[in-house]
Design a protein around this ligand. Structure first.
Ligand code: ZN
Length: 317
């Protein structure tokens, strides 16, 4: 039988990753593209997907006929069954049927789901949570994403709006979050939260080596790693604050779901996951029931930047 291939995409607000998988689940070709979303239209994102898939086919040299399916993870509220993108915060999609045009164009099925949920699926099928029926996933990036696997299945709640773990309020008097609420986990523990803390301290006249991006931006994980290595006190405080609230959130999540494993992913975890994991693990016991806390594992995501690509692959039947 001729080899068949799947193409998987991780569509982000700033970059899109694409990969060609062979039937054994190995990545045989990959590429990375900038996503221009500012002022774009749904049509543009559709064109972006088409151009990335076409480029993957052309550059990998796979015969067009051997393409079996395409799957993607993208930010937003997505009906995974129908592929309707109900809402996407960084991409110009509202109640948009992205599945029909893509599957029509390439003549193969197209699957799409929320990127964080798809990332948790990836870790569940191929990564740190393999064989676990109860999984909590937390992805620490610019924002904070969360996903749940309950009873071996992805749990997304009513209308695919659930599992917003990043918007769990962990300090009602805390800083304002992008969602309008105060003290969400995202506002305290994400890169945005850590950057805000460092900015606040600099405004008070303190100094930090952390290389902050301009205009309310965050920082590169590499820069935070460097600042920590240089014993930058303000950066260390930002990390401690982030981990403190991650431990509080994780404790509650453990109490509610009694998961087999809590998987921590995202760029921060990839570059300095051991530091974060150690700090979270050191205090999570204070915030959950001892009887439950002892059976749960805390792990770093195993697939790194590829968890969404592998999760997309796992959506293909
Ligand atoms: Zn929020």
């Amino acid at each position: 039988m001729a080899e068949s291939y799947n193409i998987c995409l991780d569509i982000g607000g700033t970059k899109t990753l694409g990969a060609v998988f062979d039937s054994a689940g190995n990545i045989v070709y990959r590429l990375k593209k900038k996503t221009k979303s500012a002022g774009g239209s749904s049509q543009n994102v559709e064109e972006l997907i088409i151009s990335v898939v076409e480029e993957l086919i052309a550059k990998s040299g796979i015969p067009k006929k051997s393409l079996h399916a395409i799957a993607a993870g993208a930010p937003g509220v997505i009906n995974q069954e129908s592929g309707i993108v109900l809402f996407s915060p960084n991409l110009p999609w509202r109640n948009y049927d992205i599945v029909t045009p893509i599957s029509k164009k390439f003549g193969v099925p197209f699957y799409i789901g929320n990127d964080v949920n798809v990332g948790v699926l990836g870790e569940h099928q191929y990564g740190a949570a393999q064989g676990c029926d109860y999984v909590v996933g937390l992805f620490i990036g610019t924002g904070m994403g969360g996903g749940l696997i309950l009873d071996g299945k992805l749990y997304t709640g009513r209308d695919y709006k659930g599992a917003e773990i990043g918007h769990m309020v962990v300090n009602p008097d805390g800083p304002l979050c992008g969602c309008g609420q105060r003290g969400c986990l995202e506002a305290l523990s994400s890169k945005k939260g850590m950057a805000a803390y460092v900015r606040e301290q600099i405004a008070r006249g303190r100094e930090s080596l952390l290389d902050l991006e301009p205009e309310g931006g965050t920082f590169r994980s590499k820069s935070l790693k460097k600042a920590l290595r240089a014993h930058d006190v303000v950066a260390m405080e930002a990390v401690d604050r982030s981990c403190h609230y991650l431990a509080i959130a994780t404790g509650s999540l453990i109490n509610i779901f009694s998961p087999d494993v809590v998987v921590f992913g995202g760029g921060i975890m990839e570059s300095m996951g051991d530091i974060f994991l150690e700090k979270i693990a050191a205090s999570v016991g204070r915030y959950c029931m001892p009887s439950i806390g002892t059976t749960v594992q805390l792990k770093k995501a195993a697939l790194g930047d590829d968890s969404i690509l592998y999760g997309a692959l796992s959506m293909i039947p």
